[in-house]
Design a protein around this ligand. Structure first.
Ligand SMILES: [Zn+2]
Length: 156
């Protein structure tokens, strides 16, 4: 029997919609995978929900996919701990908690891209941009949960 999904899309107080745990999730557990059409940078448009997954490769969606509703958080509970587009639990997550990842761990060399964060984490960065906008200390802290191409660039 297929496992029941551990999450669902619901309305979020902070950011419109969000993805929430429907059961307890253990630290280290695989939770969900980013999905979408694979497009090179030149074909990504303003109509897309897009995540940069390699140097010139984006996962793009026109909306409506569960992972389109995953919000950013400055102290997220999911991360790309294996470097691929699968998100794993960074700690134990209780049923009902919102799932999130740090958008900087999937955004690199995006000219001027940023947004104002209201995640209410104690160390909220407020202005969240791509990985290259982080301080050296922040880069070190996020390194282990970044997509592989960012890890490679961060080491260089
Ligand atoms: Zn924040």
């Amino acid at each position: 029997m297929p496992a029941k999904p551990a999450f669902e899309v619901r309305h979020s107080d902070t950011a419109g919609h969000g993805v929430f745990a429907t059961r307890a999730i253990k630290a280290g557990e695989f939770v969900l995978q980013l999905t979408g059409e694979k497009l090179p940078s030149a074909q990504v448009g303003p109509q897309h929900f897009a995540v940069k997954v390699d140097q010139d490769l984006w996962l793009c969606s026109l909306g409506g996919r569960t992972d389109d509703y995953l919000n950013h958080h400055c102290r997220p509970n999911l991360g790309f701990t294996r470097g691929n587009v699968r998100l794993y639990a960074l700690r134990d997550i209780a049923a009902g908690q919102e799932l999130s990842f740090d958008y900087a761990t999937a955004m690199f060399e995006v000219n001027g891209w940023h947004f104002t964060c209201a995640c209410r984490a104690r160390h909220c960065r407020k202005r969240v941009g791509g990985f290259e906008t982080l301080s050296p200390a922040q880069k070190r802290r996020l390194h282990d949960r970044c997509l592989a191409y960012i890890k490679r660039a961060n080491k260089a």
